[in-house]
Design a protein around this ligand. Sequence first.
Ligand SMILES: Nc1ncnc2c1ncn2[C@@H]1O[C@H](COP(=O)(O)OP(=O)(O)OP(=O)(O)O)[C@@H](O)[C@H]1O
Ligand SMILES: [Mg+2]
Length: 505
Amino acid sequence: MRMTGISKSFPGVTALKRVDFELSYGEVHALVGENGAGKSTLMKILAGVYRADEGEIWLKNQRVVPKSPKTMIDAGVSVIYQELTLIPYLSVAENIFLGREPLRSNGLIDWSAMWLEVEKLLAPFNLFLNPRSVVHSIGPAFQQVVEIAKALSLKADIIVMDEPTAPLTGSEVARLFEIIRKLKADGVAIAYISHRLEEIHEVADRVTVLRDGERMVTAALSDLTVDEIVSHMVGRKLTEQYPTVEFPAGDELIRVEGLTKKGTCKDVSFSVRSGEILGFAGLVGAGRTEIMQLIYGYRRKDAGRIFLRGREVQLRNTRDAVRCGIALIPEERKKQGLVLGLSVIDNSALSILDLNTSFGFIKWPAIARIVGEMVRSLEIRTPSLYQKVKNLSGGNQQKIVLSKWFARNCDVYIFDEPTRGIDVGAKAEIYKLLLSRARNGAAIILVSSDLPEVMNMATRILVVFGGQIVKEFRRGEATEEQVISCALGLERQSTVEALAAGAHK
Ligand SMILES: Nc1ncnc2c1ncn2[C@@H]1O[C@H](COP(=O)(O)OP(=O)(O)OP(=O)(O)O)[C@@H](O)[C@H]1O
Ligand SMILES: [Mg+2]
């Protein structure tokens, strides 16, 4: 596949300027760049979702003019979009075979054939996923697996993966890489977009770096170091990624005692003091998100008590939580963090509306000032405050979710995967903002599957396994291996075994 001289503009934005990109048989070609650099747009042009303003696409030495996504699917191009595109209330199997379900001779859907086929597709992932499960109930990591299975079932020659690993953790990423290697061996060409640059060296053969819609470089990965890639991306050298300052811990702001919910978590207790960053490590599905949602009053707990500044509070819903000074930055930005059809300013205003009204009228100038300041400090790429959030790039959408809660002064900030899909430069910005909240005396809870991130940013780290806290470390006390083995439940098992052995004696 060869794309030459591709340009694309949106109102107020030049997304791509004469970009070239190509894919050979059995090649993994990484596409990297900051948030808003134009990666997804380039791939959507390849997929026939957007029409390029200029430029050509060649497949197997034939020029193609994609009229619709269907032309490109038929031509063997399959895209796993950055934002999952599954239909939440259909099953895994229905999603994979949507529109091309296997039929019986009488014209009805052959369900058992479909389920069997799905099991075959999922087999290499080595995980238990029922083809009949409804997609919205299985969580983001499994949803990603379903997307990949769908692309595989289309038997595409070209697969585009737009940040496939964003919702995945270590072992799942390893599985994905195995699958990618198998696909490569079969001659499939893969365009691979990721902000996790270490991954790229592991999985890709070549890399193309985009900056502000322009191609900066295309080179074999053996010729470029991570630092060189980064400097092509941002046009400057980045200083240390994790700012490690620690603030003297003050009063206890939040204490959770014996938080329990059947099937979710059991006897979770912890406390966070002013100025502290408490990290929650664990695997996808360990129950971290659910624990945070219980605290935030988004779900009902079966048992447990929550104390804010030493006083017990009853949080019946999220409104109570916000009033008591808790903010939750959710992991699923599109569903839980944003109103996609509203503008940047409307979204950011949601968290501070109650503070910026007088006599029932919203004080828009004041809000515009606050939001404008946020957009500048987070370097959110948007043509104006009135752009609809759905038109922003994925990473910039994530920044809006953060800015929404940074705009409000809260005692407790709970961040659930705050830097998912965020480029290296902006990550450093977010860490700084996170620290500035801690410096101002807030208590921070950081849930992250990015191990280096939790281990470097958090003052203390709790490891969650199977809905329970299995271990606590102080910063610098544990190695990544130790944290992982706790997250896999191995550490606890060994203590249980040790206890059992002791009992035998
Ligand atoms: N439908 C659209 N309408 C208006 N602007 C758009 C649209 N789609 C993309 N853009 C703009 O084009 C630019 C490139 O966006 P794109 O989504 O390609 O970035 P990206 O490199 O994929 O970033 P990220 O890493 O954040 O996903 C951005 O400035 C974005 O706001
Ligand atoms: Mg993108």
